[in-house]
Ligand binder design. Structure first.
Ligand code: ADP
Ligand code: MG
Ligand code: MG
Length: 902
């Protein structure tokens, strides 16, 4: 025992010993049960076995020393407190054994209720319940079912079938129509199923039941579906789960008992009110599994006003205490309310913004905390389009809007089919009566999820919200027939492969494909919706939080834009300049011909002519962009890709030549092109003649671009505008490369700019590892650095993006070599270290050196935090990511004591 042996680790905590900040040790459920206990709320007594015990068990394969004795001691004290012994034949104490990890993983792990029941104590339980045999045998059959499935891997369907069988024999669909004798018979049937699958009798010894259940909860941490869920949600694999042993209270004692779940605000929209589901005469898992149709929580007021009022009081108290939306699970045992769980509730993206705004209004949190509580991924989700509905589209059914968004796709009825069709590039809607954890793969693959049963808190709803996936649940007009691969609704029959559309906000279901419209958040960013003057709570809240983020952030946010239209949109979205204007698109389309002329030029004159023809076209492009970005910096990257990318593919040319020869046409030009393509072929174009190397070997190419930029700037300034060009040289690895380009560029700029007042900066990309490592030297010739993190990642890891993502990334992710693709989120340890070194050494050599990043990572939330921390001046990302980067840059700048937002 801990008291006698000071070095022994404490593995078991009474609820009175814990608190909400001990999630690492007690898991979320245990920590919050402790918190509620200490708030004086009615929580059934119990204790929590720590995640440390679980981790020790999982690494060694056996319970750590001392655990058994600590459990024994806590069980004894629980028995003393309750005045009953576990499984006592006359008056049994029963407990639930519940998993609970640091982060909630809904339905992923195991819970066993009614532990302590056996052939003898079932009689005692009945007597204690005033001779309520039905209740006692219902509880017992649930124990065998859950214990069998969870602890001994008996297939769950076998129990379901036995239950269906009895109901059919009775001619009913409702569990409640089964009487005590039916349930006694069901217990016998369940025991046989148990014995058939395990080769042993159902264990009658209460303590053995308890120990096996605890072990099963430990093991459930590594169940396949739990592993899959963690990967999807980016939850670390080594946290382990705690185990909560909780005195049972009974919602299945009769019509004055029941169980429910509730949210303190609407987790879909954030609206204030009472949101929940209640089920009379039932045990908890019935509600969560969506097995029976629940009633809205409001109806509890009629059924049991005292408990209802008490519940509302507790919900208000919890919100004030946690200063956030809470979700709760409760049970009423003969008019007595018990709290079984609470946590800061998951919510949709829209609700996150709306609630954060409301809590500021209510004085519960400040704006920094509000900013902390939302994130860029949620904002990105709100920028998706929604259904455009007019009279042509009548819904065929209405369920519960369980997770917002608009999704259309082909109907499928199984997880496997969803995965199959999605792999073929189809959009699919997974339709089920209800989902369970085994449907996870299909849910990931589907565009949307539609179920005919279950409320806002069903498995489908909770998991879909977590994934940000559109979901309509509980559309009970649907008759789903999985084996026949169809569902019927009214007079319609919908078969596998037919298209339906579901609206996860309104819960409406449509046949066929419904067109979509832009989100109001995008309209707000576009300036089409006045945030001061709208009754749209979401837009008001987004505006308020964005304004705060802009005031808080140190990082500037620019955009990647190659055209005037992109530049204009990005500016409306808040871009403070262009961080990457690629010039290669200016060589495409009908300009290809000029590039061909350049490549085929046989002498200096021909080459100069080709360049001279390109110059005015480029200049016009730049003028447009500088105008749109009036007064803001525009970083123009000189041409980067290998020139052969602008030529037709080899096979096509070869065919053209052959066909033309056949017809006796003049093939001189085609042949010349073909020869050029052959000559310029590269084994590794990514590492070949591109970027600054082109500028150094093709005379006049960079000079033409520099001249076009400078002339465009002068033209804009002459028109009364302000152009702030920054010329960026790609792929530099050595300072000498940059010096050579720079010398020529400066000469041209001086000549063009004259006394116009235009200032042109010259800088470089840092995207080759050598550049990062010699940044101190390179900074001598650069007025700014822009980190090209795509190439830096490719060259840092030594793999080419196009080749690796399909070939082996899945395996790397599976093995945990990285938790997320390094192209999606910057690899801070490796590639990030190169950025850090270059930033430090560059600034040391040239104080005031401007530092930015362009490339996909500039709009990735985690990466933005990293770039903030490294001290860059700006990030640059695609126009639609600009608001996300603004928000995350703001979040990176604030420090709060707030809780983990996951
Ligand atoms: P999950 O993490 O999947 O929600 P829980 O451990 O919360 O699993 O258990 C599921 C349900 O079982 C709870 O919502 C609750 O209704 C019921 N339950 C758990 N423990 C008890 C208990 N001690 N008494 C009565 N019902 C319980
Ligand atoms: Mg629960
Ligand atoms: Mg690059």
């Amino acid at each position: 025992m801990a008291a006698h042996d000071p070095v022994e680790q404490k593995y078991v905590y009474d609820f009175a010993e814990g608190n909400k900040d001990l999630k690492d040790l007690l898991g979320g459920k245990g920590a919050n049960l402790a918190e509620m206990t200490n708030l004086g709320l009615p929580v059934p007594p119990g204790f929590t076995i720590t995640t440390e015990a679980c981790k020790a068990y999982l690494t060694t394969g056996r319970e750590p020393d001392g655990l058994a004795a600590q459990i024994e001691a806590h069980l004894e004290s629980l028995e003393r407190e309750m005045g009953r012994r576990l499984g006592d034949p006359d008056d049994p104490l029963l407990v639930s054994v519940r998993s609970g990890a640091k982060f909630s993983m809904p339905g992923m792990m195991e819970t066993v209720l009614n532990v302590g029941l056996n052939d003898r104590s079932v009689v005692g339980l009945s007597n204690q319940a005033g001779g309520n045999d039905r209740f006692a045998w219902d509880s017992y059959r649930r124990l065998i079912q859950m214990f069998g499935k969870t602890v001994c891997e008996v297939p769950g369907e076998e129990f379901e079938h036995a239950l269906d069988e009895i109901k059919r024999a009775k001619g009913t669909h409702n569990d409640l129509d089964l009487d005590a004798d039916d349930l006694r018979g069901l217990v016998d049937a369940y025991k046989q199923i148990f014995a058939k699958h395990t080769g042993r009798e159902f264990p009658q010894e209460p303590r053995e039941q308890l120990d096996l259940a605890i072990r099963a909860v430990f093991d459930s941490w590594n169940a396949e579906r739990a592993i899959l869920y963690r990967r999807q949600e980016r939850i670390p694999a080594d946290l382990g789960t705690a185990v909560n042993v909780v005195t049972m209270v009974f919602g299945n004692l009769g019509p004055d008992s029941g169980t429910g779940v509730a949210f303190t605000r609407d987790p879909g929209s954030g609206a204030q009110g009472i949101y929940g589901d209640y089920l009379a005469n039932a045990q908890g898992e019935d509600v969560v599994a969506g097995i029976r149709n629940t009633v809205p929580l409001q109806e509890l007021e009629q059924l049991d006003k005292t408990s209802y009022d008490e519940l509302l009081g507790i919900m208000a108290r919890l919100e004030e205490h946690y200063k956030d939306l809470c979700d709760i699970e409760f049970t009423i045992e003969r008019g007595k309310l018990w709290m079984l769980q609470t946590r800061v509730g998951k919510r949709t993206a829209a609700a996150a913004f709306v609630i954060a705004g409301q809590l500021v209004d209510e004085g519960l949190i400040d704006l920094d905390e509000a900013l902390h509580r939302v994130n860029g991924a949620q904002l990105a989700q709100l920028m998706f389009p929604r259904f455009q509905l007019d009279h042509e589209f009548e819904p065929v059914a209405k369920g519960i809007g369980a997770s917002p968004g608009a999704a259309s796709g082909k109907v499928v009825f199984t997880s496997a089919r969803a995965v199959e069709l999605a792999a073929e590039g189809e959009s699919v809607i997974l339709v089920r009566r209800e989902t369970n954890p085994d449907d996870l793969n299909g849910m990931i693959a589907a565009k949307g999820i539609l179920t005919s049963r279950g409320g806002k808190t069903s498995h489908a709803a909770v998991v879909a919200r977590g994934m940000g996936k559109t979901c309509v649940s509980g559309a009970d007009e649907l008759e789903v027939n999985v084996p026949a691969k169809k569902f019927t609704v009214g007079d319609h029959v919908v078969n596998e492969g037919d298209v339906v559309s579901i609206d996860g906000t309104t819960g409406k279901v449509y046949l066929g494909e419904v067109p979509v419209m832009p989100s109001e958040v995008v309209q707000y960013f576009e300036g089409e919706l006045d945030p001061e003057n709208t009754d749209d709570a979401l837009v008001r809240s987004v505006h308020r939080i964005m304004t705060h983020a802009d005031a808080a952030r140190r990082l500037r946010v620019r955009t990647n834009a190659d055209t005037g239209a992109d530049a204009a949109r990005a500016r409306r979205f808040g871009a403070e300049g262009i961080g990457l204007c690629r010039t290669e698109h200016m060589f495409l389309g009908d300009r290809r011909e000029l590039v061909e002329r350049l490549i085929l030029a046989s002498g200096e004159q021909e080459r100069e002519d080709a360049l001279a023809a390109l110059l005015p076209l480029q200049r016009a492009d730049f003028i447009e962009i500088f105008r749109e970005m009036d007064g803001l910096p525009v970083t123009v990257r000189l041409i980067d890709p290998p020139l052969h990318e602008f030529l037709p593919p080899l096979e096509q040319l070869a065919v053209n030549v052959a066909v033309a020869q056949e017809r006796g046409e003049d093939v001189a030009k085609e042949e010349a092109l073909l020869a050029a393509v052959r000559r310029m072929h590269e084994e590794n174009p990514m590492l070949g003649l591109r970027g600054v190397r082109l500028g150094l070997v093709i005379p006049g190419l960079f000079a033409m671009q520099v001249r076009a930029i400078a002339e465009a700037a002068v033209a804009v300034v002459r028109d009364g505008g302000k152009a702030c060009p920054e010329i960026m040289v790609p792929l530099v690895g050595a300072v000498q490369e940059l010096e050579t380009v720079r010398a020529e560029a400066e000469r041209i700029i001086a000549e063009v700019v004259g006394d116009s007042g235009v200032e042109v900066l010259i800088g470089t990309m840092i995207e080759v590892p050598r550049a990062a490592l010699t940044a101190g030297q390179i900074a001598e010739a650069a007025e700014f650095f822009s980190f090209g993190t795509n190439d830096l990642t490719q060259m840092g890891w030594g793999f080419s993006r196009d080749d690796v993502e399909g070939a082996f990334f899945w395996r790397y992710l599976e093995l945990g070599i990285f938790g997320i693709s390094p192209f999606e989120s910057i690899d801070t340890d490796g590639v990030g270290r190169l950025v850090r070194i270059a930033a430090e050494e560059g600034r040391a050599a040239r104080p005031g050196l401007k530092l930015g990043v362009c490339g996909e990572h500039g709009g990735d939330p985690d990466s933005v935090h990293f770039f903030h921390e490294v001290g860059l001046d700006y990030v640059s990302c695609s126009p639609f990511r600009v608001p996300v980067a603004r928000l995350e840059a703001g979040r990176a700048s604030i420090t709060t004591t707030g809780s983990d937002s996951r």
